[in-house]
Design a protein around this ligand. Sequence first.
Ligand SMILES: [Zn+2]
Length: 77
Amino acid sequence: MREVCYCGRRGDVEDRDPVWRGGHGEALRCPKCGHLDPLAQLDAAARREVFEEAERRLLQRLAGPARTGHGRERVAW
Ligand SMILES: [Zn+2]
């Protein structure tokens, strides 16, 4: 799901940083400008999927940027 932020950043919404509150995804934060997008336009199931994917990508980034750049940039889940 691609989206353009207010700051002009383009990319997958799943590449934004998930913000959790009380065990529920509350919003996705743009890594460039810090804008919080609550994804209010999505229904509960779609929202949960987006948050789970955003968390996977976040963990993947934290796990090791050294592993990217040699062919496969993304792990197939
Ligand atoms: Zn932004």
